[in-house]
Design a protein around this ligand. Structure first.
Ligand code: UDP
Ligand code: MG
Length: 310
């Protein structure tokens, strides 16, 4: 089989409602491309009809290849699996729900042909998202920018194009807790951007509830920065210095004045305060140690159940 010029990687988790429309839009897009293309749909353990629909599409058109996971391994791992399989000279990652309009692919390709190796699709506007998601996302990206050394493109989701050589580099990164947006910047190469309007989801519901969003955010921060660890050292140090001053003050008061606190309130206040700080610091350490533990087990990032066309 000839290698396709373009590979599309599409993670799919319970997307039966959007797949028809997605295939339709993709067929249209593929027809307008200046070279051959393959679609790699990764079924991330869907419990609805998604896999059957993907299989049917593959029977109809063998460019629509399918990889099925044995269970839900998460969005970031699904994309990783797609990248592991993608043969194209340029690889495009996009969501299934048509929030990333396939037409933007032409802009990405234009930039790639102009010499960029990684082209991020940056969200200029986002329709159909709650103000809460917009506000927290915005805050989060700003915060992340401040605390990491890797320059992470703000407001870029996972919609991007990567050149073959970037994908090769990417495949070497096998860390467990993956924040692909960060990694795609971390690898280096010539990075470019394209602005686009992010549409509302075509159908179905978001697969990123608050819980998963928070998990992704914690992962992003702890994978790309040790600032929280340094912060805990800083907070600890400042509090120690302050408490030394307080202790000196108390001793002086006791020895040289008749100022005396009869109650134990102050003691309890100080105790609880410091215990709180200590617990917090320990918890923070725990997050990083937990990551080391996950990493040391060296488990595969995903397990493939079946493949079609790959
Ligand atoms: N997705 C996945 N596994 C998951 C969660 C999501 O493969 O565990 C896929 C999902 O099918 C979609 C993409 O990742 O193609 C983005 O998810 P979603 O649109 O729900 O996130 P949002 O756009 O709301 O942030
Ligand atoms: Mg979406």
């Amino acid at each position: 089989m000839d290698k396709a010029k373009y590979s599309f990687v599409i993670p799919i988790f319970n997307e039966e409602k959007v797949l028809h429309k997605l295939f339709e839009r993709l067929e249209d897009t593929l027809g307008k491309l200046d070279g051959s293309a393959e679609i790699i749909s990764v079924d991330d353990g869907s419990s609805d009809n998604s896999y059957e629909l993907l299989q049917q599409q593959f029977q109809k058109d063998s460019r629509f290849k399918v990889l099925k996971f044995s269970r839900n391994f998460g969005h970031q791992n699904a994309v990783t699996a797609g990248l592991d399989q993608a043969d194209g000279e340029a690889v495009i990652i996009m969501d299934a729900d048509l929030q990333d309009p396939p037409e933007v692919v032409f802009d990405l390709i234009k930039q790639w042909q102009a010499g960029f190796d990684v082209v991020h699709a940056v969200r200029q506007s986002r329709q159909g998202e709650t103000w809460f998601k917009l506000a927290t996302a915005n805050l989060f990206y700003r915060f992340l920018e401040k605390i990491t050394e890797t320059k992470i493109v703000r407001n870029a989701g996972d919609f991007r194009l990567m050149d073959r050589k970037v994908v090769e580099a990417f495949r070497q990164l096998r860390e467990q807790h993956r924040f692909l947006r960060g990694l795609s910047c971390w690898v280096g190469f010539k990075q470019g951007c394209v602005l686009y309007e992010r549409h509302a989801r075509f159908a179905g519901e978001t697969k990123y509830p608050l819980r998963k969003m928070l998990k992704l955010a914690v992962n992003a921060i702890t994978s790309f920065s040790d600032w929280p660890l340094r912060l805990s050292f800083l907070v600890g140090s400042v509090i120690s210095v302050l408490s030394m001053l307080a202790i000196m003050g108390i001793i002086t008061a006791k020895l040289f004045t008749d100022f005396f606190i009869p109650g134990w309130t102050s003691v309890v206040v100080i105790l609880t305060f410091f215990n709180g700080i200590i617990m917090m610091m320990l918890g923070l350490m725990g997050v990083y140690i937990g990551k080391i533990f996950q990493e040391i087990k060296g488990r595969p990032l995903y397990i493939v159940e079946t493949k079609h066309g790959l």
